[in-house]
Ligand binder design. Structure first.
Ligand code: PEP
Ligand code: MG
Length: 911
C-alpha cells in the first residue's frame, strides 16, 4: 500500500521531525490511516463541538516504528509527556494523583475496524493511594473506587503482562461464592478490597513483580501493550481473513476516563443514527444504566432499548438525539456511536460510518439522495459490485425458522442444500446418481477437488476465508462455509456432531455461504428479487420493494455515467438473450470450441483422424452448417450489437478420449486377440498429439495454421450466418477474433485468408466484418505496435496473460498452493480473480499505448475473467479500454463498477 506520510513530518530547525502524537484538536476524520478510525473520528467530533472527553492519539506510524525496532522511537516519550501535561491542565487533575486522580483509558484503533481484536486498558492511574481519591471524587463511593481498581489490575495483568485471564475470573467467582451470590453488584467495597489483594497476588505470582504503582509506568506499559497487540495471534488471523494489510499498525488513544457506573444517573450505550438493516429513520440502540461499556459487551445485564433513556434521563436523551442528527448531517451517512453518561453528563466515546447490509447500502444511499443529503454520484460511490453480487445470489427463505445447527465463516456466497457427505469419492458417486450433496470436511486439500466440483456446497470445520476450501470454492463460484469450529467432524464415521446433535452421511443440510449459517434439513431457496428486476420480470415502477427501486435508480445513474461499455461472454443464443436482458451491449467473447462438444465430438474426431484432404474437407463441410446455425442464433439475440467470435482455441486432444483409457482398451483388445479398430487409430492420434504442456502447445492460432481449412470453415460459417441475418432484416455486427497470437505474422496469415472468404461471401458489401486479435501472450503485448497494424481490435485475454506473465498453470495453481501464497501475503487476492496491476497490468498499459499509437481507432476490450471483477473494472477504466466483457451474471456488477469508476475519476479523466 502506498501511503503519503509526509503530513506527519514537521521541520524543526531544518531537520525533519516525525510527529507521533496528535491532540484531538489537531486531527480530523480524513487522517484515519495515521490516527486510526477511532482517533480520527474522536478528533472530528471534538472539532465540531461534540462532547468528547479530552485526550490524544499516538499515531500508527509510532506503532510501526515501535514494532520494527522493539523500542519506542526517539522523541515519542517526550511528546506523550507534553500531551499528558496538556490533558492534565484541561482536566485540572494529575494522572494518578492520590487526592484527586486523573484516570485514562488506553485504547487501540487501527485504520480498518478490527472489532475486539486488539487491546484496551481502562482506569490507568489507579493505585493503592489514588483509589481513595477516586472514592472521594465519586462522593465517597468506596465500592465504585475499589471495583475500578480491581478492573485495572485484571485488564492490565491480562493485556500488558499476559497473566492468564481465567485466574482473575476464578478469584471473582470465589468472592461471589463466599458472599453467596452470582451477581457482581452484590460485592461491597470490602469484598472488592479483598479481591484487589487476591488479584495482586495473582499478578505477582505470574510476573514475579508487584503490580506497578507508578501511574506513568502504567501508562507507558499500557501503550506498549496496545502496540504489541497489533501482532497478537487473533489480530493476525483476523487481518488475513479480512485481507487487511499486515503492516499498517494501530494507533493508541489516551482519553480521560468518564464513568457510566457511578449510579443510576450514569450509564452507557450504543446507537445507530438509522436502522442498519433497512435504513429506516428512528431510534436504534441499547442502553445500560449504571454500567461501563465492557459490561454491555460481556452481557452481564440485559440492556434496554434506547427509547427508555427518554424516561430515565430526558435531558441526556435530548442531547443524544441532537448529537445524532449533527453526526448524520456532518458525515452525510449512517453513523454508529458509543456513549457514556456520567452523572447526567453525556460523553461521546466513539463514532464511525456504520456497517450495513448490502441491501441497506443501496436503500440508504437512495434515501440520502431523497433527503437532499447527497447527490446521485455520491450514492453511486457508496455502493459497490460486491454488495450487488450478494444481492443477486439466491437466499434461504427463513420464515419457517429452520433449525440452525451452527455458524461458520461465510467464505463463498450462495444457498446450497444437499445430503451431507464426508469424502470426495462419495460426493462424486451420489452426485452422479443425481443427488445434491454438501461435502463436509475438517479442511480440504487438493485431493478433495473432484468432490468439491461434484458438491452443491462445501462445509469445513477449520480454516478461514483464505483456506484451501474457501479459495477454491470462490474460484468455482460454489457456496462455501468454512471454519465452523463447533462441528466435530468424524470423517471415518461419516458423521459430524454439534451441540449433542449428530448428522450422519445422507442427512440433508442447508448451508448459507453469505451468513455462514448451517441448518438441519432442507431450507427453501428464494430467487433474488434483484435478479428478477435485471431479468425484466419485476418492474421497478410497479413494485413496493424498496431495494429494487434503489438498485434501479443507482444502476440507471451508473449507466448514464460510465464510459466503459459492458459486453458478455456467451456461446449460445440463450445465454446471449439473458446477457442482453442484464444490460450487455454485445458479446465480447464467443468461445467457439464449446460448440464442438457433445454430439459434435464425433465430427471433430473425424476431422482429427482424417488421413486425406478429402476426408478432412468432408468433416469440415459437415461442421459448417452446424456452426452457421449457432452464429445465426447469437446474431439474432444480439441484433444491432457487436458480437466477437473467437476462432477455436484449445488443444485438439481435449476433444479426444484420455490416453490412459484408450491404451487400456487397446491393450485389452489385443490380449483377447480382438481388433481394436477405431480405438487403435484414436490411440495413435492421441499419442501423436500428446503434449507435456498443452496450455503452451498446439492451440489457438497455431492450430489454425497447422490444420488446413479449420479457421476457414469457421470464418465462412460466421460470415454466412451474418449474411443470412442481414437478408432476414437483421443488423449483424460480427467481429472475428484470433486467439493466442504472439507475432504479427501469425495474424497476417489468418487475416489474409479470412479477407478472401469475406470478400467471397459478402460480395455485395452488405455486412461489415472486423478482424482483430486477443492479447494474451506477453509477446503480443510487447509487440502490440506491430500487431495493431493488422488488427482492428484487441481484446485482452487476461486469463492466459496472467498465466503466462506469472508462469502459473491456470488450471492447477489455485487449488494447489494459492492458499499458502495468500497466507504468506505474497498476494492478497488471486491474480486470476483480480488483475495484478503491477505486472499483468503493465503489459496491458504497454499494449494500449503502443496499439493506439499505431492505430488511433483501435478498439480495446477485455474478455478474461477480470472483466467482471469490481477492482479490475476500475483498472480497465483507468487505462482507457472501450469495453469489458464478462459472464452474463456479472454484467450488472461490471455496469455498476464502470459507473463508479467514472464518477470517481470525474475531472481527472483524460479520455
Ligand atoms: C483468456 O485467456 O483470458 C481468455 C478469455 O481466453 P480463454 O479463457 O478461453 O483461454
Ligand atoms: Mg485465452
Amino acid at each position: 500500500m502506498v501511503t503519503d506520510w509526509s503530513f506527519s513530518v514537521e521541520r524543526v530547525g531544518g531537520t525533519p521531525v516525525t510527529k507521533f502524537v496528535y491532540a484531538f484538536s489537531e486531527g480530523n476524520k480524513d487522517l484515519r490511516e495515521l490516527l486510526g478510525g477511532k482517533g480520527a473520528n474522536l478528533a472530528e467530533m471534538n472539532n465540531i463541538g461534540l462532547p468528547v472527553p479530552p485526550g490524544f492519539t499516538i499515531t500508527t506510524e509510532a506503532c510501526r516504528a515501535y514494532l520494527d525496532s522493539g523500542s519506542q522511537p526517539a522523541g515519542l516519550a517526550e511528546e506523550i509527556a507534553t500531551h499528558l501535561d496538556a490533558l492534565e491542565s484541561a482536566m485540572g487533575r494529575k494522572l494518578g494523583e492520590p487526592g484527586d486522580p486523573l484516570l485514562v483509558s488506553v485504547r487501540s484503533g487501527a485504520a480498518f475496524s478490527m472489532p475486539g481484536m486488539m487491546e484496551t486498558v481502562l482506569n490507568v492511574g489507579l493505585n493503592d493511594a489514588s483509589v481513595d481519591g477516586l472514592s472521594r471524587q465519586a462522593g465517597g463511593n468506596d465500592r465504585f473506587a475499589w471495583d475500578s481498581y480491581r478492573r485495572l489490575i485484571q485488564m492490565f495483568g491480562k493485556t500488558v503482562c499476559e497473566v492468564p485471564g481465567d485466574e482473575f475470573e476464578h478469584a471473582l467467582d470465589a468472592a461471589k461464592q463466599a458472599k453467596g451470590t452470582d451477581n457482581d453488584l452484590d460485592l461491597d467495597a470490602d469484598d472488592l478490597r479483598g479481591l484487589v489483594d487476591g488479584y495482586k497476588k495473582i499478578f505477582a505470582k505470574h510476573t514475579g513483580r508487584e503490580f506497578p504503582q507508578d501511574p506513568k509506568e502504567q501508562l507507558d506499559l499500557a501503550i506498549r501493550a496496545v502496540f504489541e497487540s497489533w501482532n497478537a495471534d487473533r489480530a493476525v488471523l483476523y487481518r488475513r481473513q479480512e485481507r487487511i494489510p499486515a503492516d499498517l499498525g494501530t494507533a493508541v488513544n489516551v482519553v480521560a476516563m468518564v464513568f457510566g457506573n457511578l449510579g443510576s444517573d450514569s450509564g452507557t450505550g450504543v446507537a445507530f443514527t438509522r436502522d442498519p438493516a433497512s435504513g429506516a429513520q428512528g431510534v436504534y440502540g441499547d442502553y445500560l444504566a449504571n454500567a461501563q461499556g465492557e459490561d454491555v459487551v460481556a452481557g452481564i445485564r440485559n440492556t434496554v432499548p434506547l427509547q427508555e433513556l427518554e424516561r430515565l434521563d430526558k435531558a441526556s436523551y435530548d442531547d443524544l438525539m441532537r448529537i445524532m442528527a449533527t453526526l448524520e448531517e456532518h458525515y452525510k451517512d449512517l453513523c454508529d456511536i458509543e456513549f457514556t453518561i456520567e452523572r447526567g453528563k453525556l460523553w461521546m466515546l466513539q463514532t464511525r460510518v456504520g456497517k450495513r447490509t448490502a441491501a441497506a447500502a443501496f436503500i440508504i444511499a437512495g434515501q440520502l439522495v431523497d433527503e437532499g443529503v447527497i447527490d446521485l454520484d455520491e450514492a453511486l460511490h457508496r455502493v459497490n459490485g460486491a454488495q450487488l453480487a450478494q444481492l443477486m445470489f439466491p437466499r434461504f427463505d427463513l420464515s419457517a425458522e429452520p433449525d440452525q445447527l451452527a455458524k461458520g465463516i461465510g467464505a463463498s456466497p450462495g444457498a446450497a442444500v444437499g445430503k451431507a457427505v464426508f469424502d470426495a469419492q462419495t460426493a462424486k458417486e451420489l452426485a452422479a446418481d443425481g443427488d445434491d450433496v454438501i461435502l463436509v470436511r475438517r479442511e480440504t486439500n487438493p485431493d478433495d477437488l473432484p468432490g468439491m466440483i461434484a458438491a452443491q456446497g462445501i462445509l469445513t470445520s477449520r480454516g478461514g476465508k483464505t483456506s484451501h476450501a474457501a479459495v477454491v470454492a470462490r474460484g468455482m463460484g460454489k457456496t462455501c462455509v468454512c471454519g465452523a469450529d463447533s462441528l466435530d467432524v468424524d470423517v471415518r464415521g461419516r458423521r459430524f456432531t454439534v451441540d449433542g446433535q449428530t448428522v450422519e452421511q445422507g442427512d440433508v443440510i442447508s448451508v448459507d455461504g453469505t451468513t455462514g449459517k448451517i441448518y438441519l434439513g432442507e431450507v427453501p431457496v428464494q430467487p433474488s428479487e434483484v435478479v428478477r428486476y435485471f431479468e425484466g420480470t419485476l418492474d421497478p415502477d410497479q413494485t413496493d420493494d424498496a431495494l429494487v427501486k434503489a438498485v434501479h435508480r443507482i444502476m440507471s445513474h451508473a449507466d448514464a455515467k460510465r464510459r466503459l461499455a459492458v459486453r458478455a461472454n456467451s456461446d449460445t443464443g440463450t445465454d446471449s438473450a439473458r446477457a442482453r436482458r442484464f444490460g450487455a451491449q454485445g458479446i465480447g467473447l464467443c468461445r467457439t470450441e464449446h460448440m464442438f462438444l457433445g454430439d459434435r465430438r464425433e465430427l471433430v474426431e473425424r476431422l482429427i483422424l482424417a488421413q486425406t484432404a478429402q476426408e478432412r474437407e468432408a468433416a469440415l463441410a459437415d461442421l459448417l452448417p452446424l456452426q452457421r446455425a449457432d452464429f445465426v442464433d447469437i446474431f439474432r439475440e444480439m441484433d444491432g450489437l457487436p458480437v466477437t467470435i473467437r476462432l477455436i482455441d484449445p488443444p485438439l486432444h481435449e476433444f479426444l478420449p484420455s490416453l490412459e483409457e484408450l491404451a487400456v482398451h487397446v491393450a485389452v483388445a489385443h490380449e483377447r486377440g480382438e481388433d481394436a479398430g477405431r480405438d487403435e487409430k484414436l490411440l495413435a492420434a492421441v499419442r501423436r498429439m500428446h503434449e507435456e504442456n498443452p496450455m503452451l502447445g498446439l492451440r489457438g492460432v497455431r492450430l489454425g495454421l497447422v490444420i488446413p481449412g479449420l479457421f476457414a470453415m469457421q470464418v465462412r460459417a460466421i460470415v454466412e450466418a451474418a449474411v443470412q441475418r442481414a437478408r432476414d432484416g437483421g443488423t449483424p455486427r460480427p467481429e472475428i477474433m484470433v486467439p493466442l497470437v504472439g507475432a504479427v505474422q501469425e495474424l497476417e496469415t489468418v487475416r489474409a485468408e479470412a479477407e478472401r472468404i469475406i470478400a467471397d461471401v459478402v460480395a455485395d458489401g452488405g455486412v461489415e466484418v472486423l478482424i482483430g486479435t486477443m492479447i494474451e501472450v506477453p509477446r503480443a503485448a510487447l509487440t502490440s505496435g506491430q500487431i495493431a497494424e493488422a488488427a482492428q481490435f484487441f481484446s485482452f485475454g487476461t486469463n492466459d496473460l496472467t498465466q503466462m506473465a506469472w508462469g502459473f498453470s491456470r488450471d492447477d495453481v489455485e487449488g494447489a498452493f494459492f492458499w499458502r501464497y495468500l497466507e504468506l501475503g505474497i498476494f492478497g487476492i488471486s491474480p486470476f480473480e483480480s488483475i495484478d496491476r503491477d505486472g499483468v497490468g503493465r503489459l496491458i498499459r504497454i499494449a494500449v499505448d503502443e496499439g493506439r499509437a499505431a492505430r488511433p481507432d483501435l478498439k480495446l476490450g477485455v474478455c478474461g475473467e477480470h472483466g467482471g471483477d469490481p477492482d479490475s473494472v476500475h483498472f480497465f477504466h483507468e487505462v482507457g479500454l472501450d469495453y469489458v466483457s464478462c459472464s452474463p451474471f456479472r454484467v450488472p456488477i461490471a455496469r455498476l463498477e464502470a459507473g463508479r469508476a467514472a464518477v470517481e475519476t470525474q475531472g481527472s479523466d483524460s479520455r
